[in-house]
Design a protein around this ligand. Structure first.
Ligand code: G3H
Length: 250
């Protein structure tokens, strides 16, 4: 039985005081039995959020990690540093990082391995561009990205990975994938994991849909048998909306 997971990806939004105020508003409300709520926030807000989340069921995540433990990598943050803060999750391979920061499948895999090395749970993003969808390459793209991300992981590690299927054309556009289309691709991705490992491992992996998920459509996605939650950008920024997303995942 996979526990639904709603993760807010704040992207490059919120100061420390805004993050702290947000958390005070959602504390106790975005804590719903049977649903895991996660806030993936900017690095600068993580210490305050980890502190605020103590004693709650809300987990805190980062949005990126470097694959090395330390070194001359100006501006980067390592897994050691995130673990030291008490961060639990880390988003890896978001399409914005692939597009704007040239993250390749190989880099994504190195980051996934670094996350496990330091006891962080990766939320690995995969998904196709609009032109790839139009060329009927969606499943192929997701297969290549998933296989690359899982390279070198044991079955036990693989079972812990959270995958976020995010069709790039649906991110921040208000054009969400239909729940049936998302289910079709996500079931396919689960099959890819089964091919790499076995059915038990694939059945343990939680796979989220992401791309214009809102309080009014989250339950539609959650009604699909292979969709285990959502990775949410815009609609995770307001406390009321985040609470509704978590409630909608019940
Ligand atoms: O990580 C989240 C996704 O990029 C989705 O963003 P969105 O909910 O604003 O479309």
């Amino acid at each position: 039985m996979r526990k639904p997971i709603i993760a807010g990806n704040w992207k490059m939004f919120k100061t420390v005081s805004e993050a702290t105020a947000f958390f005070a508003d959602v504390k106790g409300k975005a804590e719903v039995d049977g649903v895991e709520a996660v806030i993936c926030a900017p690095f600068t807000t993580l210490p305050a959020l980890v502190e605020a989340a103590k004693g709650t069921s809300i987990a805190i995540g980062a949005q990126n990690v470097h694959f090395e433990d330390n070194g001359a990598y100006t501006g980067e943050i390592s897994g050691i540093m995130l673990k030291d803060l008490g961060v639990k999750y880390v988003i890896i391979g978001h399409s914005e990082r692939r597009a704007y920061f040239a993250e390749t499948d190989e880099v994504v895999n190195k980051k996934v391995q670094a996350a496990f090395k330091h006891g962080l749970t990766p939320i690995v993003c995969v998904g196709e561009k609009l032109e790839e969808r139009e060329a009927e390459q969606t499943k192929n793209v997701c297969k290549v990205q998933t296989e690359a991300a899982f390279q070198g992981l044991s079955a036990a590690q693989a079972a812990e990975v959270v995958i976020a299927y995010e069709p790039i054309w649906a991110i921040g556009t208000g054009k969400s994938s239909t729940s049936a289309d998302a289910e079709d691709v996500i079931a396919f991705i689960r099959g890819v994991v089964a091919g790499l490992y076995d059915a038990a491992t694939a059945n343990a992996v939680r796979i989220q849909y992401g791309g214009s998920v809102k309080p009014n459509n989250v339950s539609e996605y959650m009604g699909q048998s292979n969709i285990d939650g959502a990775l949410v950008g815009g609609a995770s920024l307001e406390p009321a909306s985040f609470i509704q997303l978590v409630e909608g995942a019940k």
